[in-house]
Design a protein around this ligand. Structure first.
Ligand code: SME
Length: 180
C-alpha cells in the first residue's frame, strides 16, 4: 500500500480516538447515547475508496465497538449456502455457524427484518456466545434485494437497544452496503 494511503487511514483513526470515542463504551448509554450522525460520517470517511468487503466490514465493526456505549460484542455474520458464518467482529470469540431460523440472528435472516431482543434470557432459542450478553439487536444486510449477512450487536444491559438504535444502524448499513 502506498505510504500516503496508510497515513490517511491512520490519520482518520487517530482523529476518531482524539475525539474520545474510544472510551465512550465504558459509560452508560443513558449518559452518552451513540451519535449515529457522527458514526455515519466517520464510516463514510473510513471506507471511502475501499471496495474490499472484509476490510470494510472489519473497520465498521471496529468503529461501532469504539463509538457505541454499553456493548460487549459487535460483528457480522455472512450468508454462505444458507448458513450464517462468522465474519469480522469485535468482542469475545463467538459461534462460527448459525443456521437460518435459529437464534436471534437466524430469525432476522428468515424475516429479513431487524430484531431487537430486550432480554435474551426470555427469547426461546437464543444462542449464548457470551453469558454476559443480556440484550441484542440484529439487522439484515441486503444487497441488490438479496440477504448477504447480518449486523449483530450484544449488550450486557437489559433493554439496551431501541428504535433509535435501529434507525441509526440502518443508516450505517446503507453506507456500508454501497461500498461492499
Ligand atoms: N446471540 C446470537 C448468536 C450470535 S452471538 O450473539 C455473537 C443469536 O442468538 O443468534
Amino acid at each position: 500500500m502506498p505510504l500516503s494511503n496508510r497515513n490517511s487511514v491512520a490519520a482518520r483513526l487517530q482523529a476518531m480516538a482524539d475525539e474520545g470515542r474510544s472510551s465512550a463504551r465504558t459509560l452508560s448509554h443513558q449518559l452518552a447515547p451513540a451519535d449515529y450522525g457522527q458514526l455515519s460520517q466517520q464510516l463514510a470517511a473510513l471506507i471511502s475508496g475501499e471496495k474490499d468487503r472484509v476490510a470494510n466490514l472489519a473497520n465498521c465493526a471496529a468503529l461501532l465497538w469504539q463509538g457505541m456505549p454499553a456493548i460487549n460484542w459487535v460483528g457480522f455474520y455472512l450468508l454462505k449456502r444458507n448458513t450464517l458464518v462468522l465474519g469480522p467482529f469485535q468482542g469475545k470469540p463467538a459461534c462460527t455457524r448459525i443456521e437460518v431460523g435459529r437464534g436471534v440472528c437466524g430469525l432476522a435472516a428468515q424475516m429479513l427484518k431487524a430484531v431487537i431482543v430486550g432480554n435474551v434470557d426470555e427469547f426461546p432459542g437464543h444462542i449464548a456466545c457470551d453469558i454476559s450478553s443480556k440484550s441484542e439487536i440484529v439487522l439484515p444486510l441486503i444487497l441488490d434485494g438479496r440477504l448477504i449477512g447480518l449486523l449483530d450487536i450484544d449488550s450486557p444491559e437489559v433493554d439496551r437497544f431501541d428504535h433509535v438504535d435501529q434507525q441509526g444502524l440502518e443508516g450505517i448499513i446503507q453506507i456500508l452496503i454501497a461500498q461492499i
